[in-house]
Ligand binder design. Structure first.
Ligand code: AG3
Length: 282
């Protein structure tokens, strides 16, 4: 095996790594905020790497983007205003805009270069960028939420990188409190919450910070994501007030295509593993 033909992400602490065989490097740059690389792989299509970490592949991004969007959008009674903090590849934005109830979806990513590269190398993720309901902003999401007026958003989706570097503040109690303050009464946040196998203590700290901010009814949902460390990922939903009932009928009759998400997957993703219950729910 010639290592130069492979992209490898070594996962600190876990003594494990994930590799993909590459055909060629398509792009590399240091943006103002992070190091960006794009590869063409043998079997996963194109691959985006940020600061050495896998972000998106053509082949398997649907798991993540669908699960970051549809469970929350089918739990909120009538989601009209959605913000995506991060999400510069526009994959979450595309899923959010599949919902007819959504009147405005604002994507706030600090790094415009991520979106410009996604437009070139992941055009399918950007296919809804010209939807009149879409608004792409390239500013600091932490400041955006801090400056927002009360009752200005129904769902905030935090589609961030790992909690290091620019994304660290997106996992803090202060940020969650700012989210709480600008959510509508039925509002909720969804945050990508890493691997329950490799990052359980981080999930615990994140859940504690969410609860301390006033957010409540935390639900961590689980889904496969082979590109990311351990291949098993999670998202955590937290609500401003009482959790609303899952709109199961609407989900069963969803008027759009998905690859992974459906009503049964939604329910199954909420099943809590025994070790997770022991850690946080008992
Ligand atoms: N955001 C989650 C990336 C976390 C991956 N971590 C890693 N490879 N260590 C992905 C952005 C997709 N819109």
């Amino acid at each position: 095996m010639n290592p130069s033909e492979w992209f490898t992400e070594i996962v600190p602490g876990s003594q494990s790594a994930f590799s993909l065989k590459i055909k060629q490097k398509l792009h590399e740059e240091q943006s103002e905020f992070q190091h960006l690389e794009i590869y063409e792989t043998e079997t996963f299509g194109n691959l985006m790497i940020i600061d050495g970490c896998t972000m998106v592949s053509t082949r398997d991004n649907f798991f993540y983007h669908e699960m970051m969007s549809h469970p929350a959008l089918y739990t909120h009674p009538n989601p009209k205003r959605v913000w995506i903090i991060g999400g510069g590849d526009c994959g979450t934005l595309r899923e959010v805009l599949k919902h007819d109830s959504v009147e405005q979806a604002v994507q706030i990513d600090i790094d415009e270069r991520v979106t410009r590269l996604a437009e070139i190398y992941f055009p399918e993720l950007c296919e809804s960028n010209n939807d009149p309901r879409a608004d792409l902003k390239f500013i600091d999401g932490i400041k955006w939420v801090k400056d927002a007026a009360p009752n200005s958003v129904d769902i905030i989706i935090i589609d961030s990188t790992d909690p290091v570097g620019p994304a660290l503040g997106l996992f803090s109690e202060a940020f969650y409190r700012d989210c709480f303050n600008c959510l509508s009464e039925d509002g909720m946040i969804v945050q990508q919450s890493e691997s329950a196998l490799f990052n359980l203590s981080l999930i615990g700290e994140m859940r504690d910070a969410m609860s301390a901010s006033g957010l409540t009814h935390l639900q961590t949902l689980f889904f496969p994501q082979c590109l990311y460390p351990s291949g098993w990922w999670s998202a955590t939903i937290a609500s401003k007030s009482a959790l609303k009932a899952f709109r199961e009928q609407d989900s069963a009759n969803k008027p759009f295509e998905t690859v992974y998400y459906n009503v049964d997957i939604h329910k199954a993703s909420l099943a809590q593993p025994e070790f997770f219950k022991k850690a946080f729910l008992k």
